[in-house]
Design a protein around this ligand. Structure first.
Ligand SMILES: *[C@@H]1O[C@H](CO)[C@@H](O)[C@H](O)[C@H]1NC(C)=O
Ligand SMILES: *[C@@H]1O[C@H](CO)[C@@H](O)[C@H](O)[C@H]1NC(C)=O
Ligand SMILES: *[C@@H]1O[C@H](CO)[C@@H](O)[C@H](O)[C@H]1NC(C)=O
Ligand SMILES: *[C@@H]1O[C@H](CO)[C@@H](O)[C@H](O)[C@H]1NC(C)=O
Ligand SMILES: *[C@@H]1O[C@H](CO)[C@@H](O)[C@H](O)[C@H]1NC(C)=O
Ligand SMILES: *[C@@H]1O[C@H](CO)[C@@H](O)[C@H](O)[C@H]1NC(C)=O
Ligand SMILES: *[C@@H]1O[C@H](CO)[C@@H](O)[C@H](O)[C@H]1NC(C)=O
Ligand SMILES: *[C@@H]1O[C@H](CO)[C@@H](O)[C@H](O)[C@H]1NC(C)=O
Ligand SMILES: *[C@@H]1O[C@H](CO)[C@@H](O)[C@H](O)[C@H]1NC(C)=O
Ligand SMILES: *[C@@H]1O[C@H](CO)[C@@H](O)[C@H](O)[C@H]1NC(C)=O
Ligand SMILES: *[C@@H]1O[C@H](CO)[C@@H](O)[C@H](O)[C@H]1NC(C)=O
Ligand SMILES: *[C@@H]1O[C@H](CO)[C@@H](O)[C@H](O)[C@H]1NC(C)=O
Ligand SMILES: [Ca+2]
Length: 551
């Protein structure tokens, strides 16, 4: 397979700017419900750091190494009792394209760091604070605030996109030729929700590990936390044992995918014997044990099986074998995690005194029924986006323990089931890539070392604050955003994407491993000879194992 190299430089254009980077100039072109909070110039030959304004608690890290640009923050009133803000980077050397980036969890804040990665390509880039100011796991802002929930659900994203396009067109005297989106987790949900409601907003959407199923995902977060709580019960697995479980699962599942390489490439295809971890007679101290009791093995069964409730109703997929390294986030607290409990308290019930002991399937049903903020991105009929000519590139780590990977498989299959009967094949405009061994949006367990870096949302910032794209491999074969652009603009569909693992995750000058990712349901297979750490020795020719109910 061949990929033409996407030449970024040929896209860059130095355009005559219509006005200067001043508050007054921007205020002149805004509607009456919007106003400029500030403007700031990153000058030629000056300080190339955009220092994040104090108070952006969700995204405090400042992007560095920026090109000369104009930064502007706009505040938009969205109802009598709500407002959202967004930031825009407008580079002097513009690639004539617009990019919106997303958020994470329930965070309220402008994601200036991902904007910095985006502007590195030459995009005019936007991020919205979604209408409130909070960390990802703090949901108190939603209490009795239906308008803020709508802003978070979809309104702030769409409104910011619309107004940004207007500003970009005014500033450069030219409308963007193409409009893109890149986000992971809640960011993935925001992109998908937006094209469900406003199919003309974007020409290309890069959606990672989307938190699309808000009503089920957040309630499952409570349910899975209950499996492993409280600390004192016999079935509780203390976080000190998660590593023991992860090591045993890796030992059993790594070879079953056909290659011993410390990567579980096909977790659904692993026949696992959990009882191999059962303690013998002499274990007295569960804190120091390297084994599990029968009750604890029972908890593992719950975790590795789908959440199915009354009348055999499927609620949410299970966590995958190989996801253990990230279990502390939802399973290590001795009680369900705030992403679940705070959702029910503040987002769903508006009842701060709700206790997780009151959780039942009725909580899930209520979440489905109310769907506060219309956040849940479950309109599987994406045909309007298809008819717009849009392309959707979707990915999910196979070792993600925050959003079960199966929820992406389920989403893909629901879209397939909805559109194939209408005569719309997905392959020409929607492709989904599983990333074996990747955790939530970024990273891989220390005992796995899987290649995962594809320049998706949140990824560049893990290397350093001035990186964009895939250092050393800035092309459509390795960079998912460039792949999306090639698909949209040149109709070059991504037959595969090469994921990269940099040495120690922090040394972009040294590659440890590269391996292709294949469009679902295809799986990469080692050709049998050569170095398995080189992508060219792999081919997309197998199929992932899968669970019947997800198809
Ligand atoms: C921008 O500012 C410069 C220097 O202050 C000024 O000469 C120029 O006329 C301004 N441009 C516009 C479009 O207002
Ligand atoms: C320049 O950037 C640094 C961060 O690298 C920041 O701390 C400093 O305040 C900036 N200086 C000016 C004059 O903007
Ligand atoms: C935005 O404007 C509203 C009033 O419409 C104000 O209450 C709010 O504090 C402003 N937000 C920011 C971030 O400036
Ligand atoms: C702000 O005003 C514009 C123009 O009047 C309108 O199109 C837009 O819907 C308004 N936005 C919000 C969030 O109310
Ligand atoms: C358990 O402890 C007893 C008494 O110390 C010892 O004889 C036996 O070998 C131990 N069993 C195992 C499996 O270690
Ligand atoms: C178990 O071992 C831990 C760590 O060595 C120790 O702190 C704890 O007191 C022990 N518990 C019991 C019941 O012996
Ligand atoms: C389960 O099925 C029974 C029998 O069809 C029905 O009466 C009941 O309402 C169902 N329960 C739920 C929670 O859907
Ligand atoms: C449960 O134990 C963990 C340490 O393993 C501790 O951090 C946490 O606070 C405990 N949770 C509760 C609810 O007691
Ligand atoms: C919920 O109830 C349990 C059991 O009564 C109690 O241990 C726990 O502290 C309560 N949690 C909160 C946050 O109220
Ligand atoms: C959610 O969407 C539905 C259907 O479009 C609409 O009837 C409802 O008013 C919306 N609710 C909110 C809170 O936006
Ligand atoms: C990677 O990190 C480990 C532990 O921090 C360190 O010992 C090792 O030297 C690092 N390797 C490289 C190539 O930087
Ligand atoms: C970040 O990584 C890039 C790519 O390797 C490198 O060129 C740059 O010097 C690094 N910047 C910092 C601040 O470490
Ligand atoms: Ca393997």
């Amino acid at each position: 397979m061949h990929f033409s190299t996407f030449s970024l430089l040929s896209l860059l254009t130095s355009t005559g700017l219509a006005f200067n980077c001043t508050r007054e100039a921007f205020n002149d072109i805004l509607p009456s419900n919007a106003s400029v909070s500030f403007t700031r110039s990153i000058p030629v030959n000056g300080n190339s750091t955009f220092v994040v304004p104090a108070g952006d608690i969700a995204y405090p890290t400042s992007p560095t190494g920026l090109q000369p640009l104009c930064a502007v923050q706009i505040n938009v009133s969205s109802s009598d009792c709500s407002a959202y803000s967004f930031g825009l980077f407008l580079p002097d050397e513009w690639n004539e394209r617009f990019l919106a980036v997303g958020n994470g969890g329930f965070a309220g804040g402008i994601n200036w760091l991902d904007m910095g990665a985006g502007v590195g390509y030459g995009f005019a880039v936007m991020s919205t604070d979604t209408g409130h100011n909070s960390t990802p796991t703090d949901i108190e802002w939603a209490l009795n605030s239906p308008q803020k929930k709508i802003d978070w659900g979809y309104r702030a994203m769409h409104g910011s996109v619309e107004l940004s396009k207007h500003i970009v067109e005014s500033y450069y005297n030219q409308a963007p030729k193409y409009n893109y989106y890149s986000g992971c987790s809640t960011g993935g949900r925001q992109g998908i929700r937006d094209i469900q409601l406003y199919p003309d907003d974007f020409d290309g959407v890069l959606a990672g590990a989307p938190a699309w199923w808000t009503s089920h995902l957040q309630t499952w977060t409570v349910k899975i936390g209950l499996y492993n709580s409280p600390n004192a019960s016999a079935s509780h697995i203390s976080p000190s044992l998660f590593g023991v479980v992860g090591a045993e699962i890796l030992k059993q599942c790594d070879p079953q995918d056909g290659l011993v390489d410390n990567i579980i490439s096909d977790p659904e295809g692993c026949n696992v014997n959990l009882e191999a971890m059962l303690c013998g007679p002499n274990v007295t101290n569960q804190t120091t044990a390297a084994c599990l009791t029968a009750e604890q093995i029972g908890t593992l069964y719950n975790i590795y099986n789908d959440y199915v409730d009354v009348n055999q109703t499927f609620v949410f997929p299970h966590l995958e074998l190989g996801s253990e390294a990230q279990w502390p986030v939802l399973l290590g607290l001795g009680e369900p995690a705030p992403l679940g409990t705070e959702f029910v308290r503040y987002f769903l019930l508006n009842d701060p005194s709700w206790n997780y002991t009151e959780f039942s399937y009725q909580t899930v049903e209520l979440a489905d029924q109310l769907d506060p903020g219309n956040a849940t991105a479950d309109d599987f009929d994406l045909s309007p986006f298809y008819h717009h000519g849009g392309k959707l590139l979707h990915y999910h780590g196979y070792a993600d323990a925050l959003i079960a990977t199966g929820s992406s498989i389920y989403f893909y299959n629901q879209v397939l089931k909805t559109l194939k009967p209408k005569g719309i094949d997905l392959d020409s405009w929607y492709r989904f890539f599983l990333i074996p061994g990747m955790q939530h949006c970024t990273g891989t367990p220390a005992n796995m070392d899987a290649p995962w870096y594809i320049a998706g949302a949140n990824q560049a910032g893990t290397l350093n604050t001035s990186v964009h794209s895939v250092p050393g491999f800035c092309d459509a074969k390795h960079d998912a955003l460039l792949a999306l652009m090639a698909w949209v603009e040149k109709d070059e569909a991504p037959e595969s994407l090469v994921a990269t693992k940099f040495v120690n995750e922090t040394r972009p000058e040294e590659v440890q491993r590269q391996r292709p990712l294949c469009p679902y349901p295809q799986q990469a297979k080692f050709v049998g000879e050569g170095d398995p750490d080189e992508a060219r020795n792999w081919k997309c020719e197998g199929l992932y194992s899968m669970q019947a109910q997800y198809s």
